[in-house]
Design a protein around this ligand. Structure first.
Ligand SMILES: [Mn+2]
Length: 397
């Protein structure tokens, strides 16, 4: 009997599907969370005999299990193949049965599914098919976030589908598609439930956009909202729409947790989370809503007014326009961002140029948004402003 131990996320399930295509009913697939893998492997090793073949993908084993697996291979003549793409597992490459590859030679990031697929091809355990190649690539792009840069929504939808149905259902649907069709596509039912989910997200996001408040916390400017679903989508969307904020904090009062997301390479939210007994990755992490966090993110934020959104459909008053960009604010009135020589920008308020010079548009916008909670006005207001001020602006510049 062949046993595959793999992760219960899309990349891990991709490996499960490949194993079932390659080994059919001869394989038993065990899906694990990051926390449960080592218990399951340790349990299994108690009873493993050399008749068992063991594959482990997308999750790494601890030293204890690595030694047991090594003993199983070297002393008992068992077969083990470990395939992973996580940086943190590279040290396991010292074992003959481990293959950890983080990057391809051309610089693309790997995923467990793509590595396992290439392994099975090389061993001639699986046949190359167009639909299969496409699914493997979609999973790789999803797992490495390449889909986001390429705007590959098919990859995102594949992951959504997994979380809307059970792993068993997902497996069954994928196996059927991959053995029958030449191309991979969602069927009518899948398309319908995926569309419904997307509409639900759109509505939720629209609501959250109207609720976001901003304030400084420590050295950072933070956008704060209360949210309990679609956290990665919401954090990502609000982060992109508000580049003047260092990160987005999503509060869940029920679970007393905060999720932190950033789109900026120079901000590390795992360091922020560490201050409130939490942790995670540089771009996505989480922490407890302890007393101190409650004060900073909830009670101090409560009296603040939500940010006014930038006009979304402008054609003329758009960011970085060489004719200048117009904002409005409660405190200061209109703020007109003007391009000056050598790519610098300045801000005009009440017909007067403010002293500061900014080295980029983004810097100037960050200033007016952080200091005055300014918002981009509609085209109509912009055109009126230009008409009223054309003479003055012409003589001043
Ligand atoms: Mn993975």
């Amino acid at each position: 009997m062949i046993h595959l131990f793999t992760h219960n996320d899309l990349d891990g399930v991709g490996c499960g599907i490949l194993a079932k295509l390659a080994f059919k009913e001869k394989v038993k697939v065990h899906y694990n969370s990051v926390g449960s893998l080592n218990y399951q492997v340790a349990d299994f090793m108690e009873e493993a005999t050399p008749q068992h073949q063991i594959y482990i993908t997308d999750l790494s084993v601890n030293e204890d299990n690595a030694k047991k697996l090594d003993h199983f291979v070297k002393e008992l003549g068992g077969k083990v193949q470990f395939i992973d793409h996580h940086k943190t597992a590279i040290h396991l490459n010292e074992y003959s049965w481990a293959a950890v590859t983080v990057e391809y030679e051309d610089g693309r990031l790997t995923s467990a599914t793509s590595l396992f697929y290439e392994y099975l091809l090389e061993k001639e355990l699986i046949t190359k098919r167009e639909a299969l190649e496409e699914v493997v690539e979609l999973i790789r792009q999803y797992d490495t976030w390449e889909w986001d840069r390429n705007n590959n929504t098919k990859a995102k939808r594949l992951n959504d589908l997994l979380y809307m149905i059970s792993i068993d259902d997902f497996e069954e649907r994928m196996l059927q598609k991959l053995t029958k069709a030449d191309r991979f596509d969602f069927d009518d039912f899948e398309t319908q439930i995926l569309d419904m989910e997307e509409q639900k997200l759109e509505r939720y996001l629209r609501k959250k956009r109207r609720e976001i408040v901003q304030k400084p916390v420590g050295d950072n400017w933070v956008g704060i909202i209360h949210a309990e679903s679609f956290l990665s989508e919401i954090g990502n969307a609000l982060g992109k729409e508000n580049p003047h904020l260092d990160y987005i904090a999503m509060i869940n009062m029920g679970s007393k947790r905060i999720s932190l997301r950033t789109i900026h390479d120079d901000v590390d939210v795992s360091q922020v989370a560490a201050k409130f007994d939490g942790g995670g990755h540089a771009k996505a992490s989480g922490c407890n809503l302890n007393e101190q966090a409650y004060k900073l993110f909830v009670s101090e934020a409560f009296p603040l007014e939500p940010l006014k959104q930038d006009a979304p459909k402008n054609v003329f008053n758009v960011k970085e326009s060489p004719n200048g960009v117009l904002y409005d604010s409660k405190e200061k009135g209109t703020l007109f961002l003007l391009p000056k020589e050598e790519g610098t920008w300045q801000v005009e308020n009440k017909e007067k140029l403010m002293e500061k010079t900014f080295s980029s548009f983004q810097e100037a916008e960050t200033f007016v948004k952080r200091s005055y909670a300014a918002w981009l006005v509609k085209d109509e207001e912009y055109v009126n402003f230009l008409v009223e001020n054309i003479r003055r602006l012409r003589t001043n510049n």
